[in-house]
Ligand binder design. Structure first.
Ligand SMILES: [Zn+2]
Ligand SMILES: [Zn+2]
Length: 214
């Protein structure tokens, strides 16, 4: 991450810190509406469609080692219900905070308060390059965290019938005659056996017969 391709200030997710300056304590607030980048969300599950508007509220704060960025992103995410597979939309709100370090901050020692789980990988550090930083990877992580891994169209979505796939919310009385299904399965099995073995089998598994008669 340290040596990205050069950042492009025309990229709407690239921010300029020149105006903020490097005096610790200086702050700047921004709002920006950007088009969602590709794959913003949980792939194949739920996400913000590419090009859909993402509203960003951002606070930049100059600190000793870089710029602390605090942001809220709002967008409409789309996906499908994991139970009934119907399309769904949900209002996404993701809050995040990230430190972008000055490239020369390393020379003066790393920030001491860095959490232990980040400590081993320099790759996770984000840098300011030529006064610019790229919010995209941070936004992406925050959006993924804010989205449900198992989105449902409503909390009590009954899902699909496990026998035939019918959407149960549309058919509250939907059911199958379980006895018939089991008999059919047994008949199929019996038909594939030799006549002599049929008697033997039904005698050997009384438990199965008992259930089928319910
Ligand atoms: Zn559903
Ligand atoms: Zn069914």
């Amino acid at each position: 991450m340290a040596l990205n391709a050069r950042l492009d200030h025309r990229n709407p997710l690239v921010f300029d810190t020149h105006e903020l300056g490097r005096r610790p304590g200086a702050q700047q607030r921004l709002t920006r509406s950007v088009d969602a980048p590709k794959d913003l969300g949980i792939k194949g599950v739920v996400g913000v469609p590419e090009g859909a508007p993402v509203e960003l509220e951002i606070r930049l704060e100059s600190v000793m080692e870089g710029v602390l960025v605090t942001s809220t992103a709002r967008a409409l995410a789309k996906g499908e219900c994991v139970r009934c597979l119907e399309p769904l939309e949900l209002d996404l709100e993701a809050d995040f905070q990230e430190l972008f370090s000055y490239p020369d901050a390393d020379d003066r020692g790393r920030p001491v308060a860095e959490p232990a789980d980040d400590a081993e990988d320099d790759e996770d550090r984000l840098f300011i390059e030529d006064g610019l930083f790229d919010l995209e990877p941070v936004l992406r992580d925050a959006v993924v965290l804010a989205l449900p891994m198992q989105p449902v169209c409503r909390d009590d979505c009954p899902g699909l019938c496990s026998e035939c796939g019918e959407r149960l919310a549309d058919a509250p009385d939907h059911h199958h005659d379980a006895v018939d299904i089991r008999w059919a399965a047994l008949q199929g099995l019996a038909g594939s056996l030799e006549d002599g073995e049929k008697d033997e089998m039904s005698g050997a598994e009384p438990g199965v017969d008992e259930k089928q008669e319910k």
